[in-house]
Design a protein around this ligand. Structure first.
Ligand SMILES: *Cc1c(COP(=O)(O)O)cnc(C)c1O
Length: 233
């Protein structure tokens, strides 16, 4: 019951933020971050119409996918954690969107994996907007140059940007971070003309997804607001 109530509350808040911003519900993807929970809780999401899963560790995700069997195909799988280069191949094969491209060596490894799989691996460039030393991501001033290199790699399809705001009780603290990510996204669009495939802004977590949607998020990544407070990553 808690799960149903939480999802209903999250959807209500998402719709409220979309309405404030004058945006359509189709412009927003809810990714349920399942790193706190096991396969049965993932499975329970199907009944609630949640079709996107976010996981931050390859091994745990692979274990849950194995338990789910064919039911894993009920979901699109998002890789949201920091990614070791030697795991690029597995993540490229097992996930639908990688949110955490943060360095050239990883871009090259994913490109190679894409060539081997005969597909373009969809990726988001992770940006460290806030400059926190504990956070991964490309510095805002270097994102354009990084994108220019990544777009040359035929095994990759860069579709947008991702960021994490510093944790705060007050979601307004995140607003300038999200606004800057949106600006960087628009700058790349103008400078490189990437076409319609350049369309995703992954920003907003349990504490700040309302603000993120107001600032233009197309993907929100929500864990504890769905699976209960007190869950630890
Ligand atoms: C854990 C995690 C989330 C979800 O965090 P909540 O605060 O539980 O919603 C979102 N994005 C990333 C990258 C995460 O690691």
């Amino acid at each position: 019951m808690a799960l149903a109530n939480n999802i209903t509350a999250v959807r209500a808040k998402i719709n409220e933020a979309l309405a404030i911003a004058g945006r359509h519900p189709e412009e927003l993807t809810l990714v349920a971050v399942t790193k706190y929970v096991d396969a049965p809780a993932v499975k329970a999401l199907i009944a609630h119409g949640v079709g996107h899963i976010g996981e931050s560790r390859l091994q745990e995700a692979a274990r849950k996918q194995a338990v789910l069997g064919d039911l894993k195909n009920s979901f699109k799988w998002h890789f949201i954690g920091s990614l070791q280069t030697n795991k690029a191949r597995q993540v490229a094969a097992g996930f639908d969107l990688i949110h955490s491209l943060d360095r050239m060596s990883l871009a090259e490894a994913l490109h190679k994996a894409g060539r081997n799989l005969n597909k373009e691996i969809p990726v988001l460039i992770q940006v460290n907007v806030s400059g926190e030393r504990t956070k991964h991501g490309i510095a805002p001033g270097e994102v354009g140059a990084f994108y220019a290199e990544v777009r040359k790699l035929a095994g990759l399809r860069p579709v947008g940007l991702m960021t994490m705001a510093p944790y705060s009780e007050d979601p307004e603290t995140s607003r300038p971070v999200f606004r800057e990510l949106r600006l960087l996204f628009e700058q790349i669009k103008q400078e490189y003309n990437p076409g319609p495939q350049w369309r995703e802004l992954s920003m907003g977590m349990s504490n700040d997804y309302g603000v993120a949607i107001e600032e233009g998020a197309t993907i929100v990544r929500i864990g504890s607001a769905i699976f209960g407070a007190g869950t630890e990553g």
